[in-house]
Design a protein around this ligand. Structure first.
Ligand code: IPE
Ligand code: IPE
Ligand code: MG
Length: 263
């Protein structure tokens, strides 16, 4: 792992404006979620094809995976392709699907070395064969890993996920396995793609858009949002620290009174 093996080495030499002493390592969000937006604009502003933005975005994701492992984050989730992204030009969809497959194979050694377990959020059975097969292989290959969970949202849409959960609960009721009175919040959560994972505590959206774009509607009920104008290909370990430090400054009330100001 070389020089990047520890928190201290990975986060050595922070740039101006990043104060490492402001980070409380005992209060790192358990689950950080990234809406990786702005690849296309990043490329267009450089006179490059949008695909170059997607390639650069993969480099960012690799850095954020390593950074989250060094920070002892339990779950990192990343929105890579939405159910609505099929409406993009076929050539862009094809390129993305090919990049997903290629990158996933290339990064398996990293996932092994870092003990990262991969899960997918979304219906990966509907992906093109190459991508689906690589993802299924990666799922198996990392299933025994005990470190961070990397949840990749691919062909993910929160409304589709909620409709699927409702359908699965209805099927269990119809089969006589479940009484309708047993459908509580835990039962719904248990039928989502995120079943068993803690809810995101920090959601980062890059490129400045102030919307969820059909992402984790149920799970983000009490998440803190951090929106940065930085495009995803420029998002790096230092930007991530900035987001976590901002998160640590938030007053999370969960509908009650402030933990610090209560008396
Ligand atoms: C995010 O970047 C990646 C995907 C949605 C696949 P975009 O491709 O949405 O980039 P912009 O928003 O057009 O800049
Ligand atoms: C959200 O980005 C989906 C992903 C990052 C994969 P989009 O670029 O698709 O979202 P909109 O279209 O701007 O809402
Ligand atoms: Mg976008």
């Amino acid at each position: 792992m070389g020089d990047d093996a520890t928190f201290e080495t990975y986060f050595a030499n922070p740039p101006a404006g990043i104060d490492l002493t402001a980070l409380d390592r005992s209060r790192i969000p358990r689950h950080i979620s990234c809406i990786m937006d702005g690849n296309g604009r990043w490329a267009t502003e450089r006179g490059l094809a949008r695909g170059e933005g997607h390639r650069a975005g993969i480099v960012s994701l690799r850095e954020i995976i390593t950074a989250c492992v060094r920070l002892d984050v339990e779950v990192l989730s990343a929105y890579a392709f939405s159910t609505e992204n099929w409406s993009r030009p076929q050539a862009e969809v094809n390129l993305l699907m090919h990049l997903f497959a290629q990158t996933f194979i290339q990064e398996l050694p990293l996932l092994r070395r870092e003990n990262v377990k991969v899960v997918f959020l979304g219906d990966i059975s509907a992906l093109p064969k190459e991508t689906r097969e690589v993802f299924e292989y990666g799922l198996q290959e990392t299933a025994q890993h005990t470190g961070m969970t990397l949840a990749l949202a691919v062909n993910y849409g929160a409304r589709a996920e909620l409709a699927r959960a409702a359908r699965r609960l209805a099927e269990r009721v119809a089969a006589g396995e479940l009484d309708p009175t047993g459908i509580d919040e835990a039962a719904v959560a248990g039928e989502l793609y995120t079943a068993g994972l803690p809810d995101p505590e920090l959601v980062v959206r890059t490129s400045g858009e102030m919307r969820l774009s059909n992402y984790l509607l149920w799970q983000v009920a009490y998440a803190e949002f951090y929106i940065t104008p930085t495009y995803w290909p420029d998002f790096n370990r230092w930007e991530l620290l900035r987001a976590i430090i901002a998160f640590q400054g938030r007053d999370r009330r969960f509908g009650g009174l402030s933990a610090t100001k209560e008396s």
